[in-house]
Design a protein around this ligand. Structure first.
Ligand code: SF4
Ligand code: SF4
Length: 304
C-alpha cells in the first residue's frame, strides 16, 4: 500500500457469524474471499477521507502491537501503558487487555494522529493494518487448526474502495505486514479465540491476572519468570532463561507459548515433566511442613 495509514478491523472471530447472518446493517461485505481473491483499494495522503478513520474508534492492542509501539516510542512497558492505554475487556470473554486511550478532543482522535497522518505508521497496531480485509478461521470441532478465510469491510466514509489499484488478499496482507503480526500473536490469538468460543468460562482471578500481565507488560512477567518457583516448576535452565530474556522478541514468543499452555494446556511449550513432578513434590512437602508446624503450635498453645 502506498498510503500513510490504515484503520479499523472487524474482530476476526466474529466475521463468519456476521457473514452467515448476511449482516444487512454491517459494513462487512457478505462474501467469503480466499488468499487469491482480488479487490480494489488505495489509501494515500491527499485522498478526501485521509485520517477520517483515526478518530472515535476502539483499537485493542495485541502483545506484539504493544511491543512494537513501546519500542518505537523508546518507552518501558509500564510507561507506555500509563501514557497511551486504558483497560479493556475482550468481547465475549472476560479477558482483560488494553486499548489505545483516545484524546479528549471532540473527535476523540487517536493520540498518534497528526495532520500529516499516522506518526507511528510503520509500527501501527494490527487493527489499523487489517482494514479493509478481515480474517477469520473456520475450525471443525474436532480439529486443532482451521482454515483461514477473508472478508472485505466497506465503510461509507472510506473513499479508498473507489480507487483502481488492485490487490490479491495475499499481496495486501504482505504489504501491510499482517502476516508477521498474526504469526507473532498466534499463540495469544489461539487463547483469545478459544476463550470466546467457550463462552462465559469462569477464569480464576489468578488466570486473568496472568493473562493481563503476559498480554501487556513483559517487564513484569520477566520478574515472575526469574523467580525460582517458575524456573523449577517447568524444569528450565536459568542460563537459558537469562539468554532468552536478552532477546525481547524471543522472550515475547516464549511468554505467549507459556500463556497458551498454562491457560488451555495447548501449543508447544516444552515442559520437563520430571522437573515439574519434582517441583510439585517439593511444594506438597512444603505445605505438609507448614501444616505440621501449625498443628504443633496449636498443641503447644493448648498445653499452655
Ligand atoms: S495508530 Fe495510526 S493508523 Fe491507527 S488509528 Fe492511530 S493514527 Fe490511525
Ligand atoms: S477512510 Fe479509508 S481511504 Fe480514507 S484514510 Fe481511512 S483507510 Fe484510507
Amino acid at each position: 500500500m502506498s498510503s500513510k495509514k490504515t484503520p479499523r478491523n472487524t474482530e476476526a472471530s466474529e466475521i463468519r457469524k456476521a457473514v452467515e447472518a448476511k449482516v444487512q446493517k454491517s459494513v462487512v461485505v457478505p462474501e467469503l474471499l480466499t488468499a487469491k481473491s482480488k479487490f480494489k483499494f488505495k489509501c494515500y495522503p491527499g485522498i478526501g477521507c485521509f485520517t477520517k478513520c483515526c478518530s472515535g474508534i476502539k483499537i485493542f492492542l495485541t502483545p506484539y502491537d504493544i511491543f512494537r509501539l513501546k519500542t518505537r516510542l523508546g518507552l518501558e512497558y509500564k510507561d507506555f501503558l500509563v501514557q497511551y492505554t486504558e483497560p479493556a475487556v475482550i468481547e465475549k470473554s472476560q479477558l482483560p487487555i488494553v486499548s489505545i486511550r483516545l484524546n479528549q478532543d471532540e473527535a476523540r482522535s487517536c493520540p498518534f494522529l497528526t495532520p500529516e497522518g499516522c506518526s507511528v505508521y510503520s509500527d501501527r497496531p494490527l487493527t489499523c493494518r487489517y482494514y479493509p480485509i478481515g480474517m477469520g478461521t473456520m475450525k471443525k470441532d474436532d480439529s486443532k487448526s482451521g482454515e483461514n478465510f477473508f472478508i472485505k469491510i466497506k465503510e461509507d466514509h472510506c473513499l479508498g474502495h473507489n480507487e483502481a489499484t488492485e490487490w490479491t488478499i495475499d499481496e495486501w496482507r504482505a504489504d501491510q505486514e499482517s502476516d508477521l503480526y498474526d504469526e507473532m500473536n498466534s499463540d495469544w490469538m489461539a487463547v483469545v479465540l478459544k476463550a470466546k468460543t467457550l463462552g462465559p468460562v469462569e477464569f480464576s482471578p489468578k488466570s486473568l491476572d496472568l493473562f493481563f500481565i503476559v498480554s501487556t507488560n513483559l517487564d513484569l512477567f520477566r520478574e515472575f519468570v526469574l523467580s525460582g518457583k517458575f524456573i523449577d516448576a517447568y524444569g528450565l535452565d536459568r542460563e537459558y532463561i537469562e539468554q532468552l530474556m536478552s532477546n525481547e522478541l524471543e522472550f515475547l514468543k516464549f511468554s505467549l507459548k507459556w500463556l497458551r499452555f498454562v491457560m488451555f494446556d495447548e501449543g508447544d511449550f516444552k515442559v520437563d515433566e520430571a522437573a515439574r513432578k519434582k517441583a510439585k513434590e517439593k511444594l506438597l512437602a512444603q505445605r505438609e511442613m507448614q501444616r505440621k508446624e501449625a498443628r504443633e503450635k496449636d498443641e503447644q498453645a493448648e498445653k499452655e
